[in-house]
Design a protein around this ligand. Structure first.
Ligand code: UDX
Length: 433
């Protein structure tokens, strides 16, 4: 079977590489020529553990290739996936221009027997609009919708061992070919759920919005913990032991960021409104998460007794979460920029050495290690829970710093352990003495 994947972002590239790993013949397409050239040289444009090896293996095996020629790539494809971005427009709605540009670009040459599968996250009704767009050009082919649930930083494992695969289809032909594509997952007994197009489209938004709401809920509980003397880590532990709630996405922190939760919650609220349906829980999740960043800045300033001008602050981790170099909607953007505005001297160490981050902050010093960043610091702030920050020798770290304030917005350490190492330890939803 020949698969074409259009778009080589997180979803497109990981899907293409993993389909090739399943044994299919895959062509990945992108209209960014420089990116395609880099991929053809074996360079992986994103930081994703394990992706480079899998890409090299499948390219060498002759199952995976990259091109910018979309028209040619779809001529003899049996199935074409569209995995281009659907970023937020200024009004919060999803920008579908890349999706329709790709559909337009492939319309003249796509194999009329192929099935066209939308994998990009798109508002309900989009896949049907894609079918109509093609029909209006005289192209009558089957369409389907197949959302992708992979997380950055664990993308390959999530793709290869997903909790479920959702396939929105209208025809037997689309169902049959998608069954073949995902057959390799049947051996792991992974639930494969066939639905209609609208249900599949909404399932993706509902899942992301629910997880965003769960994170936001525990962050609001953390606020209450700080006011009433409870410990949010323990509250989350107790809640998570209830199987109806589950322990995932209950880690309090600086608020969610990344390429999906912020854009998908906004798009869901927006298109629900178009259907005449208000979703106040979703709208309030968005508001609460936006406020969270200001709250984190206020928390840091208060812990520093509002004396940050001219002080040395070491920031550990700036990406929106660990194991990625992605800075999109990272809480660190507002937090670090506000500290710069307040006149602090900022040293940053981020294990991804993110070039996106380097473009984002001016007047900061980039450091090569935790020790480099923390040497002589008045305050150390942990913003991202990278694995290498989880077992720091806190006594040694304390001896490198000048002041003894450790602000940990990811609650990595037990309060007593940080205090025993000589730090004043300020975390989220827990006691601060
Ligand atoms: C998410 C979804 O998990 C994935 O299914 C979807 O396909 C894309 O969006 P991703 O954005 O890669 O994936 O990151 P995720 O691990 O879900 O984290 C999202 C945000 O929530 C991050 O900012 C993270 O730090 C935050 N988060 C997550 C918390 O603050 N606490 C938690 O307990 C979990």
């Amino acid at each position: 079977m020949k698969i074409t994947v259009i778009g080589t972002g997180y979803v497109g590239l990981v899907s293409g590489v993993c389909f090739a790993e399943f044994g299919f013949n895959v062509t990945c397409v992108d209209n960014n020529l420089a990116k395609v050239e880099a991929l053809n040289r074996g360079e992986v444009p994103i930081y994703e553990p394990g992706l480079d090896k899998l890409m090299a293996k499948n390219t060498q095996a002759g199952r995976l290739s990259f091109t910018s020629d979309i028209a040619k790539s779809v001529k003899d494809a049996d199935i074409v996936f569209i995995a281009v971005g659907t970023p937020s427009k200024a009004d919060g709605s999803a920008d579908l221009s890349y999706v329709f540009q790709a559909v337009d670009d492939l319309s003249a040459t796509i194999n009329r027997d192929a099935v066209l599968v939308v994998k990009s996250t798109v508002p309900v009704g989009t896949t049907k609009s894609v079918k109509k767009f093609l029909a209006d050009k005289g192209v009558d082919i089957d369409v389907a919708f197949n959302p992708e649930f992979l997380k950055e930083g664990a993308a390959i494992d999530d793709f290869m061992h997903p909790d479920r695969v959702i396939l929105g289809v209208e025809t037997k032909k689309a169902k049959k070919i998608l069954e073949q594509v995902y057959r390799p997952l049947y051996v792991f007994n992974i639930p494969i759920v066939f639905t209609g197009l609208e249900t599949a489209e909404l399932s993706k938004y509902a899942s992301n919005a629910f997880l965003a709401m769960k994170v936001t809920f525990i962050n609001e509980v953390a606020n209450l913990c700080e006011a009433c003397g409870a410990d949010v880590n323990d509250v989350a532990l107790v809640m998570g032991l209830d199987k109806r709630i589950g322990d995932k996405f209950l880690q309090a922190g600086p608020g969610y960021g990344g390429s999906c939760f912020p854009k998908d919650t906004s798009a869901l609220a927006d298109f629900a409104d178009d259907f005449g349906v208000k979703m106040p829980l979703v709208s309030e999740t968005i508001n609460s998460n936006n406020l969270r960043r200001e709250k984190m800045v206020a928390k840091i300033l208060a812990a520093c007794e509002h004396k940050v001008a001219g002080k040395n602050i070491a920031v550990l981790g700036v990406t929106f979460k660990a194991n990625t170099d992605d800075m999109r909607d990272s809480p660190s953007i507002e937090i670090v920029n506000e500290l710069i505005n307040e006149g602090a001297n900022i040293n940053i160490y981020d294990p991804s050495f993110s070039t996106q981050a380097k473009r984002m902050f001016n007047n900061v010093a980039w450091k090569e290690s935790v020790n480099d960043a923390c040497e002589g610091a008045d305050t150390v702030i942990i913003l991202t829970d990278w694995p290498e920050f989880k077992a720091l020798n806190l006594k040694e770290l304390r001896s490198k710093t000048n002041g003894g304030l450790l602000i940990d917005l990811r609650n990595i350490y037990p309060v007593k352990e940080a205090e025993a190492a000589g730090f004043r330890y300020c975390s989220v939803g827990r006691a601060f003495n």
